[in-house]
Ligand binder design. Structure first.
Ligand code: FAD
Length: 349
């Protein structure tokens, strides 16, 4: 199928990658050269630089020959216009992403169909399907779910001002919101700890109340992510192979580890272990007293309701000697370092 995607942002590039991987012939339009270069590196696509709300650019993208036109620009209005215009030269079906739920009401929907837009979609309103029962991982709770627990919960959670002093008062602030740069020029920021399921309109209203963000331009609104993982103790062997398909090994988050470092470490171990096996040798797991060993142990420990886990001291075996409570973490870390060094030496990794 020939598919033209207008918009090389997150959603556009994700679609381009997914659809080109499925063998479709993909063209991506965007006026941002950098976004186009990124999507070009990510997927096998043709890129067209320019404004997808103009006939000239749509012609350059050969929409007249396309089976499907998908408009997922940042601006809803651009999507509506682009999807409408694409129909004129001959796109067989056109789809526009919108931010306004009102458009989906039956009467309004008809009007869009008359305008030539076959389908509108509003991603925030895509309801969780039955099998996607909402179970929140404690470390990734939606900010509104935390706020609902109590008036001050956020101030003790993601907004806790650890290590910060307000330079204007010299005092520790009541709460802070961390802004993490999203690009090198520091023109876009991520609101750390503000994962949310609120509608776009509610997010804009709520986050603009934060002092300093009154006039913020929201480039991308938040949404929840779903974690897909297997019931590792039942489904995986010690080598993290599927019990039913022992030639398939899993690594990273899908095994039930959670977090960047944990996923990388798990993947590294699986890679090294497979490399050793393929060369006729073997590689043991690091001992359970190490962070990685404790995490891999978690994947092998039967549990009634197996849940993904970050690495934490609770996964490690208790000290076998008396250690004062406030010295425990250091003690665990020292023991882990020594055990890991011994494992490295013994295995030659
Ligand atoms: C919004 C968000 C914020 C996060 N913040 C943090 C944080 O601050 N700190 C932290 O430690 N962790 C954080 N995490 C968790 C962290 O991102 C994950 O634990 C980690 O990235 C998992 O790494 P992974 O390589 O195992 O899986 P992923 O990063 O999910 O990689 C899996 C890859 O497989 C690809 N894939 C999927 N299906 C197929 C298929 N059928 N064929 C081919 N490829 C496929 C996917 O496209 C993807 O590239 C966050 C997660 C999210 C979603």
């Amino acid at each position: 199928m020939k598919i033209v995607i207008a918009g090389a942002g997150d959603m556009g590039s994700h679609l381009a990658k997914m659809l080109s991987g499925n063998g479709h012939d993909i063209t991506v339009i965007d006026s941002d050269q950098k976004l186009l270069a990124d999507v070009g590196n990510l997927a096998d696509v043709i890129t067209v630089e320019g404004d997808s709300t103009t006939f000239a650019v749509l012609r350059r993208a050969s929409v007249r020959k396309c089976d499907l036109f998908i408009a997922v620009n940042h601006e809803e209005n651009d999507n509506v216009v682009a999807a409408m215009l694409a129909k004129k030269p001959g796109a067989r079906k056109s789809i526009a992403r919108i931010d306004n739920n009102e458009y989906l009401e039956p009467n309004n929907k008809e009007m869009f169909i008359e305008m030539g837009i076959d389908y509108l979609f509003y991603p925030e309103k895509v309801a969780a399907r039955d099998f996607e029962q909402e179970k929140h991982f404690e470390g990734c709770m939606p900010v509104e779910a935390l706020a609902a627990r109590g008036e001050r919960t956020l101030a003790f959670g993601p907004l806790k001002p650890v290590g910060f002093t307000d330079p204007r008062t010299g005092k520790r602030p009541f709460a802070i919101l961390q802004l993490r740069p999203e690009n090198g020029n520091k023109t876009m920021f991520n609101l750390v700890g503000c994962q949310t399921k609120l509608t776009y309109a509610a997010q804009a209203e709520c986050f603009r109340r934060v002092p300093g963000l009154e006039r913020a331009d929201f480039v991308r609104f938040g949404s929840m992510h779903r974690n897909t993982y297997v019931n590792a103790p039942l489904a995986l062997t010690e080598e993290l192979a599927l019990r039913t398909r022992p030639h398939i090994h899993l690594a990273g988050q899908i095994t039930g580890v959670e977090g960047y470092v944990e996923s990388i470490a798990c993947g590294l171990w699986v890679g090294l272990m497979l490399s050793a096996t393929l060369s006729g040798g073997s590689l043991s797991r690091p001992p359970a007293t190490t962070a990685l060993g404790a995490l891999l142990n978690h994947l092998a420990t039967p549990a009634k309701h197996f849940q993904p886990s970050n690495v934490h001291f609770g996964l490690m075996p208790e000290p076998d000697v008396r250690v004062k409570k406030k010295e425990r973490k250091q003690w665990y870390a020292d023991r882990a370092r020594a055990a890991f060094a011994a494992w490295l030496e013994a295995t030659g990794v």
